[in-house]
Design a protein around this ligand. Structure first.
Ligand code: SF4
Ligand code: SF4
Length: 70
């Protein structure tokens, strides 16, 4: 699924797959808006800060990060 432009951006949802994430922390420091943080061994996103830049997504070794239309 690709959601990259215009109105659909505002309707996107950034998702951390909590079954896959093992808390390596690789994604956290890459976020330009500090939307990502660690809670125990799980990456958490603050939806209101995420601008869907996708910078963090390739950093995850287990593909736990994704953006969906909602
Ligand atoms: S998509 Fe961009 S803004 Fe959103 S959490 Fe990832 S790095 Fe941060
Ligand atoms: S890079 Fe992936 S596995 Fe590592 S903390 Fe982020 S979401 Fe979790």
């Amino acid at each position: 699924m690709t959601v990259t432009t215009g109105t659909s951006m505002a309707q996107s949802l950034f998702v951390v797959d909590d079954d896959s994430c093992y808390g390596c922390g690789a994604c956290i420091g890459l976020c330009p808006t500090s939307a990502l943080s660690m809670k125990g061994l799980l990456a958490m996103v603050e939806q209101s800060k995420c601008v869907f830049c996708e910078l963090c997504i390739p950093s995850c070794p287990v593909d736990a990060l994704d953006i969906y239309a909602r």
